[in-house]
Design a protein around this ligand. Structure first.
Ligand code: T1G
Length: 700
């Protein structure tokens, strides 16, 4: 049939094999090969049953995402699946790995399905801004019921094979050889005289189940939980058609809704984000075959919030980790913090007690550097002061074995200087975790001037093992994420001096899709951190870089944010939800007066431009300086570390969707109005004038 789909006869059984590495995606050749192979099996009088199996690590993992946005190529997947289902001879799909999206839809078009015990099935299209567009919204409810179908399709989360069996999505579980299992099942079908069992001919209506009520409840849940997303509501509408319309009408309705999603800007952003995350793992000039070092024994220096979070990341990955503190009291406190963190998860039900015990057994507290002599990797997470870092790295250099990797979690200090405290700068790298380190997926891997390729490759392997999203960044103040967030935070503070309230600034940005508003975020991290940076800036920055004065007023009043129960917002004891601060207005007005500003009403759109464009402008500078390899790396950082909405792709993608010329024009206006901070990034000026985008800039 084709090199990606083959057909062989095993007695009365036709075995159709898909072999399209790496994930057997349903590109045009696969769709055509499936259509021709099933037609050939149907026409072959000697064939009594058909087995569909895949080579490689997984059954079909979906449509070929690379095809989205391009002109459709026949045959379409719905057409192929309808052909499979119409066959008169019973067909069985043999699932292994992850049957996802179009892959599960193909399996549902087959008459029977068996799954290897360790496999998973799912319809993750909603995560790409889509919905299952090849019958999944019509066929899954017919086998699993509307409630389960709604859960799977709206969440996009896969389920394990055992659960799929429980919900009749698969008929049997197996272990061992895929083909043999499929052929054995097909022989059983023949022996028992079980013919074609078409999913589409079954009904989604279940005795005693009010499907309309299920749809209404899911609507209410999505409206609350998936604010701003385009496709979840269309997923629900498509599933509704599975019981309110006959199959042919339901498939038409699904196609209409799928087409709406396909053309939405959110689909473009979410597909971009899918590939950007995978692209980030590819480092220009770093041979993917670079050898990596073992990291079976790990130590963390510092048992504060960050140090313990980092240590738990390793325990969660099954790696033993030592936390070194300066005294037995501090060590014991760190261990309590570790067990307390796990205990909270057990209380929430997200971790079993047994799992907690297993993980805690991997964490030990020490106080003597001599205990680190055999570790493969040390991560320093001590106070952000160069003097303290120097002492730590000099001790590590003296104690750790040759080849041990010495990593710093510093969020802004110069890693080249830190590496210089050791005789082994080639073994020094930055591993910048984001708080809470055991939860946040982002890991900025900071490549210092002398960091060796092997250490860099190992740092990426560490990130993968910890299930982090790693992005390689260069050395500068704040690397990528924090350097940009400084601009964003400063602008949000200026807006408060110009007339906005914290509720308006945060409200506008939460409506934009940010997980948290900038003022609530600064309350969370502690206003004193920004205050000490602000005081340093007052000493160092040239006069034309005007600074807000509001933060100083809050800190002078002792309002440091959540830690004092009062900052831009107020916080009741035990409640982290920000409430308006009734005593703030006089400080806002005093700050405006001091800055000589007449307070005025600011629109939400203006608030978005002054904050998000500040990210974009700094991102363009970072890109031009080579601190980030590519614009999409900056976007991956913002999606995974700063709560930027994935359905907008990231600040750089968002700029491209608006148009760099339009973004530049507004930045030039801000520059005229607000001075030096808004000097347009030269790269932005260049690309806008050439009609190019960040994505197509490769340094020229
Ligand atoms: N299309 C094209 N390329 C894909 C792909 C896909 N569906 N899935 C993965 N890749 C590439 C990926 O970019 C990477 O490429 C390589 O494969 C390995 O991926 C009609 C419309 C299957 C769980 O959303 O979740 O069907 O970087 O690094 O960690 O209703 O890939 O090597 O060049 O992620 O082992 C629905 C998406 C599509 C599944 C494997 N399906 N993929 O994870 O490998 S929409 C999905 C995944 C659809 C229908 C609709 C994961 C995986 P490169 P990887 P992994």
């Amino acid at each position: 049939m084709s090199e990606v789909v083959s057909l062989e006869r095993r007695g009365p059984i036709a075995v159709i094999t898909v072999n399209n590495p790496p994930v057997n995606a349903l590109g045009q050749a696969v769709r055509e090969g499936l259509q021709k192979s099933f037609a050939a099996a149907e026409a072959d009088a000697a064939v009594q049953a058909v087995v569909l199996v895949c080579e490689g690590n997984t059954f079909i993992a979906g449509a070929d995402i690379k095809e989205f946005g391009k002109p459709p190529m026949a045959p379409s997947l719905p057409e192929v699946i309808e052909g499979l289902e119409a066959c008169s001879k019973p067909s069985v799909a043999v699932i292994h790995g992850t049957a996802l999206g179009g892959g599960l839809e193909v399996a549902l078009g087959c008459h029977y399905r068996i799954a290897r015990k360790d496999s998973q099935v799912g319809l993750p299209e909603v995560k790409l801004g889509l919905l299952p567009g090849a019958g999944g919204t019509q066929r899954l409810p017919r086998v699993a019921g509307v409630a389960k179908a709604l859960d799977m399709i709206v969440s996009g989360a896969p389920i394990k094979a055992a659960e799929a069996l429980q919900f009749n999505i698969v008929d049997e579980l197996f272990e061992g050889d895929l083909r043999e299992a499929g052929i054995a099942y097909a022989q059983k079908l023949i022996a028992e005289g079980r013919g074609a069992r078409r999913t589409g001919e079954q009904s989604a209506a279940l005795e005693g189940v009010d499907n309309a009520a299920l749809v209404a409840a899911k609507h209410a849940e999505v409206a609350k939980r998936m604010r701003g997303l385009f496709s979840p509501l269309r997923c629900i509408a498509a599933v509704e058609a599975s019981f309110s319309l006959p199959l042919s009408e339901g498939l038409k309705r699904e196609r209409e809704l799928f087409t709406e999603c396909l053309s939405s800007p959110q689909r473009a952003a979410l597909v971009y984000s899918f590939f950007s995350e995978r692209q980030a793992a590819k480092v220009e000039g770093l041979d993917p075959k670079t050898p990596t070092r073992a990291f079976d024994k790990v130590a963390v220096i510092g048992g504060g919030t960050m140090g313990v979070g980092i240590a738990l990341s390793f325990a969660n990955a099954g790696i033993p980790v030592r936390i070194l503190e300066i005294s037995s009291e501090a060590r014991d406190k760190a261990m309590e913090r570790a067990s307390g963190t796990y205990a909270a998860s057990v209380k929430r039900g997200s971790l079993t007690q047994d799992a907690m015990d297993k993980r805690m057994a991997l964490v030990t507290g020490v106080t003597d550097y001599a205990d680190l002599a055999d570790v493969d990797l040390v991560i320093e997470a001590v106070f952000e002061d160069m003097g303290v870092k120097q002492k730590v790295f000099e001790q590590l250099d003296a104690v750790c074995k040759p080849g041990a990797i010495l990593a710093s979690n510093t969020s802004s200090l110069d890693l080249n200087v830190i590496a210089g405290f050791t005789k082994r700068p080639q073994d020094v790298v930055g591993l910048h975790f984001f708080s809470p380190a055991n939860v946040m997926r982002l890991l900025e891997v900071v490549r210092a001037e002398k960091t060796s390729d092997e250490v860099l490759a190992t740092a990426l392997a560490i990130g993968k093992k910890l299930k982090k999203v790693s992005v390689v960044v260069g050395v500068c103040d704040g690397f990528v994420g924090n350097r940009m967030v400084f601009q964003y935070g400063r602008e949000s503070e200026f807006l408060l001096e110009e007339g906005a309230t914290p509720e308006q600034v945060d409200g506008a940005l939460k409506d934009f899709g940010m997980a948290m508003g900038p003022t609530a975020m600064r309350d969370l991290s502690g206003l004193d951190i920004g205050w000490s940076i602000r005081k340093r800036q007052r000493q160092e920055l040239p006069a034309e870089y005007k600074l807000p004065v509001l933060l100083d007023k809050l800190c002078e009043a002792g309002w440091l944010g959540q830690k004092t129960g009062k900052g831009f917002f107020v916080y009741e004891a035990g409640n982290r939800n920000p409430q308006p601060n009734p005593d703030l207005q006089p400080l806002l007005e005093a700050a405006s007066r001091e800055q000589g500003i007449e307070r005025r009403q600011l629109s939400a759109e203006y608030i978005i431009e002054r904050t998000i464009y500040a990210l974009i402008n700094e991102g363009a500078k970072i890109l031009e300086e080579g601190i980030a390899q590519r614009a999409s790396d900056i976007d991956v950082i913002y999606l995974n570390g700063y709560g930027f909405p994935a359905y907008r792709g990231g600040p750089m993608f968002y700029a491209e969707q608006i148009g760099l010329d339009k973004v530049l024009a507004r930045i030039q206006e801000f520059h005229a109005e607000h001075g030096a901070w808004w000097k347009p990034a030269p790269l932005l000026v260049k690309l806008a004038s050439e009609g190019r985008t960040f994505s197509d800039w490769n340094g020229q």
